[in-house]
Design a protein around this ligand. Sequence first.
Ligand code: AMP
Length: 203
Amino acid sequence: MRKSMNRRMTTNDRGGQSHVEQPAPATANDDLKALIRTIPDFPKPGIQFRDVTTLLLDRRGFSSCIARMARAATGPVDLVAGIEARGFLFAGALADRLGAGVLLIRKDGKLPGATIAEDYALEYGQDRIAMHADACAPGANVLLVDDLIATGGTARAAVRLLRKAGARITQAQFLVDLPDLGGAAALREDGVDVHALVAFEGE
Ligand code: AMP
């Protein structure tokens, strides 16, 4: 958005005109942002936990969130891939709207069939996510969804995993982006079209 849109012409004391800084205009998704609760110091001191369960509880808010995600979806979508666990909720509802199937990306060891897996770094140590090896046909158009992107470690591993299976990632969508942590930017550098409805920046 151009900076000039934050300014408004006003008449000053001497009758001339001056530019006065106005607060940033509300964005289209501020109603959804207001439904997300922030819990300080969870799960450890210093973390501002963006709790989307309060949005999920609001039937209008959740429905509107899914409708906006569906509107933002680009290209043909064969499968919506959701990341365990909150990502499943958005993936299921979004897939239904888009007429697509749902692909589960789970913590390693939870899926019953033959799997492929991908490791990713945590602040301390490593984690591993997996999907069924036969879940997606090579060339399938896959939209990746999770509730939130922070450092991007989880979503980037999911993208590597899906690409290993031959998927074409059409887009990655999130309800919340924490841009200060750089995950969305890193995902874009991986060649993924990233879309988030709400951002908490410098808050
Ligand atoms: P990351 O891999 O750092 O992008 O973290 C993404 C995952 O961790 C998402 O599935 C989120 O649900 C969760 N997460 C990370 N940071 C937060 C936060 N500040 N508030 C809520 N959930 C978070």
